[in-house]
Each structure stands twice: as structure tokens, then as C-alpha cells.
Design a protein around this ligand. Structure first.
Ligand SMILES: [Fe+2]
Length: 212
């Protein structure tokens, strides 16, 4: 399946590839924050929705590895699913420390999860790589010290741990994207663009506006 030349791979990696798109999402999120920290209520809202996103994403990572016809990519998804396992519990623990309950998923969260399900169960399961590229490239671009509200203390497991874990995940996912055959690379990038829109809507809905 990996039938592109090493030079092509290298140029895609260094040209930015998914990085360019995914940092686009981080930039859009930062633009909305406009240099401000999240308010406590926004942070709680985000954690509640991230809980649902994270739980659903893990389940589909496990499931999609069985359906991918590219053995190397499938293996990577098996390993990656193992590494993402249980991370929604970090959001749950953070919420518990803040004295908050897990809220029901918002419509924007349901749309995000429905898209993951649709791709994972669809005729081109390798497109999940586009979804992973958006998700994994977001956290390393965010600085918890700059965006988290004051006074949350230890209730910051989900965000701070992901900013560390996802540095390696983002490198790995970008490499997997760069190694795709040309036709699949185009499709995966298109899925990444589509998922980025859904993920941006997810953030806006989860965090709400600072004043409402
Ligand atoms: Fe990750």
C-alpha cells in the first residue's frame, strides 16, 4: 500500500501536510479565545463534551483497525487505540474534582461522533486517519498554562496530559498520512478538512460564549 517514494514522503511531511490544517484549527480556537483564558464555566462545558468525544473516538479506533486493508496502517491503529484507551476517564475525574456531573452530549458533539461512526463503518475506513490527524494535532498547539482558568489545580488531567501525549501522537499520525498512496492522501486530507469544521463547531458549542 505504501507505494510512494521516500522523497515524496519527506516532502509531504516537511510541507506541513495535516500539520498545516490541524494547526489551523488550533489557531481558530485561539482566535475565539482572543488571548483570554477559558472561564470556569467554559472549561467545565468543554470537559463534559470532550468526555463523550474521547469515549466514542476510542471505541471506533479499536473497531476500525479490523477493517483497514493496509496492514501497516491497521497495526498502527491497533497500537494507537491501546494508547488512547481510558482517556475519557481523565475528563470524568477532572469534572468530579470540580464538583460537576457529566452532561449529555450537545448536538454538535453528536454530529462529531456520528461522522466518526460513519467513516469507521463506511467503505473507506482508512479515512479515520484524517479524523485522527485533526484530533491529535490540536492539543500540542495549546498551552494549558495560558488557556485553563485559574483555581482548577489538579482538575486539568485531560488537557495537560493530552498536550504531552499528543506531541508524539501528532508526529506519528502525520507520518502515517505522509506514507499514504497519493489517491488516499487526497481523500484523507479532504476528510481532515471536513472533520476540522465539525470539531470547530464542537468547541464553540461546548465552551459557549464567555458571557452567556
Ligand atoms: Fe492522542
Amino acid at each position: 500500500m505504501h507505494d510512494i517514494t521516500e522523497n515524496e514522503t519527506r516532502s509531504r511531511v516537511f510541507a506541513g501536510g495535516t500539520n498545516a490544517r490541524a494547526s489551523g484549527l488550533a489557531e481558530r480556537v485561539m482566535t475565539v479565545l482572543n488571548g483570554n483564558r477559558l472561564k470556569r464555566r467554559q472549561y467545565v462545558g468543554l470537559l463534559g463534551q470532550l468526555y463523550h468525544f474521547s469515549a466514542a473516538a476510542q471505541a471506533h479506533l479499536r473497531q476500525v483497525s479490523d477493517r483497514i486493508d493496509d496492514p501497516a496502517l491497521s497495526q498502527w491503529f491497533v497500537r494507537h487505540a491501546r494508547e488512547e484507551n481510558g482517556h475519557h476517564r481523565w475528563a470524568e475525574q477532572d469534572l468530579m474534582d470540580l464538583g460537576e456531573l457529566i452532561p449529555p452530549p450537545l448536538p454538535a458533539t453528536r454530529r462529531l461522533i456520528e461522522r466518526i461512526e460513519e467513516v469507521a463503518n463506511g467503505p473507506k475506513p482508512y479515512l479515520v486517519l484524517g479524523i485522527s490527524s485533526v484530533a491529535e494535532n490540536l492539543s500540542p498547539m495549546l498551552d494549558p498554562a495560558a488557556v485553563l482558568p485559574g483555581g482548577v489545580n489538579g482538575a486539568a488531567r485531560y488537557i495537560t496530559r493530552h498536550t504531552l501525549v499528543d506531541r508524539r501522537h501528532s508526529e506519528e499520525v502525520n507520518r502515517q498520512v505522509a506514507m499514504l498512496p497519493a489517491d488516499r492522501w487526497v481523500e484523507v486530507m479532504e476528510e481532515a478538512r471536513r472533520f476540522e469544521e465539525l470539531m470547530f463547531e464542537f468547541f464553540l458549542a461546548a465552551a459557549g460564549t464567555p458571557d452567556d
